[in-house]
Design a protein around this ligand. Structure first.
Ligand code: GLY
Length: 327
């Protein structure tokens, strides 16, 4: 009787993925697929009202509306699905998975994605929480504007730079750095017992963004990529950067060219640094190779990520790798 090959399940995630990773690892231990694992992990994060970077309770756009983006990719087939700028429905990662499985398309946005959700029988649900709206109001007051007043939002959208840059923070132990949720997102990469890879990304996007703005998270190749043959990668941070240099796919291509995981990640960071990001704009990457090696990278110091394999008790934090100071 032939035996199904079994490899050790592994996951890697952005630092806000702890609860999702624990539940998804249980699924992987029971023989679940990498695709189901990353979807489950994302859904748990999306439903957490305390996480203001994703799903329900995500920080609103400049007009006070929550617009959600998500994508999922199957490393076995390179099939993928994504939704962007979805308003009034939760769990965008479920929609992304259904796009992949039920439509002859890859990316559905705005009204179309909302129609698709309704056709799937999903109930509309306001994704705004009082806490997230309070922060949006505070932001308007900071800029001397009146919340809720329709008008020209271009000025506000231009002033989105995060006030404290991670670089300015000095040597702080990684565990004590407060996460910047105004550019937050959640990433999950998984390898299952069959050795298949999958990746999922979900976000409410950059806080106070111009309505309709879409970042890297639902753009396959920018914020998300998985290919069983070479590896998987996903991004958090300022999506405009990853879109401009196709960060997730670039890292995988560097692996395909024969670079080690560390060298591939550093090369992807060099691509990002070449863009000379505005102070406070940063990009983080998590990556995994088919043999289960994982790493996290960041364009600014003090970033952390989570990793876990099936024989560990729970997710562990590790420091992200940056480019050497002299570069
Ligand atoms: N990385 C999430 C975004 O820029 O929307």
């Amino acid at each position: 009787m032939s035996k199904t090959p079994s490899v050790l399940p592994v996951m890697v995630a952005s630092e806000n993925g702890r609860a999702g990773m624990s539940a998804a690892m249980e699924l992987l231990r029971q023989g679940g697929s990498a695709l189901d694992a990353v979807e489950l992990a994302c859904r748990i994060t999306e439903d957490d009202p305390e996480d203001h970077s994703v799903g329900y309770g995500g920080l609103p756009n400049a007009a006070g509306e929550v617009e959600l983006d998500a994508s999922i990719m199957d490393g076995r087939t390179l099939q993928t699905g994504a939704v962007a700028a979805v308003m009034g429905y939760g769990s965008p990662i479920m929609l992304a998975r259904r796009v992949m499985e039920q439509l002859p398309h890859v990316l559905i946005v705005g009204r179309g994605a909302e129609r698709f959700a309704a056709e799937l029988g999903r109930q509309p649900a306001d994704q705004r929480t009082e806490a997230a709206l309070a922060r949006w109001r505070e932001r308007f007051v900071e800029h001397g504007l009146t919340p809720g007043v329709d008008g020209d939002l271009r000025g506000l959208a231009r002033q989105l730079a995060v006030p404290v840059t991670l670089r300015d923070r000095g040597p702080v132990p990684a565990q004590e750095v407060k996460r910047d949720d105004t550019q937050g997102t959640v990433n999950f990469l998984a390898r299952d017992q069959r050795g298949d890879l999958a990746s999922a990304v979900s976000t409410s996007g950059v806080a106070w963004k111009y309505p309709g703005r879409v970042g890297d998270s639902p753009i396959i190749g920018a914020g998300n990529y998985a290919d069983n043959r070479y590896g998987a990668a996903a991004c958090t941070g300022r999506g405009e950067l990853a879109i401009r240099v196709s960060t997730a796919r670039s890292l995988i291509l560097y692996l395909k060219m024969g670079m080690s995981l560390i060298d591939a990640g550093l090369e992807a960071l060099r691509d990002l640094v070449f863009l000379q990001p505005t102070s406070g704009h940063y990009m983080n990457i998590v990556a995994m190779t088919p043999d289960g090696a994982v790493a996290g990278f960041a364009s600014a110091p003090h970033g952390v990520y989570l990793h876990m394999h099936a024989e560990m008790d729970g997710p562990q934090l590790a420091e992200r790798i940056c480019l050497p100071e002299q570069e």
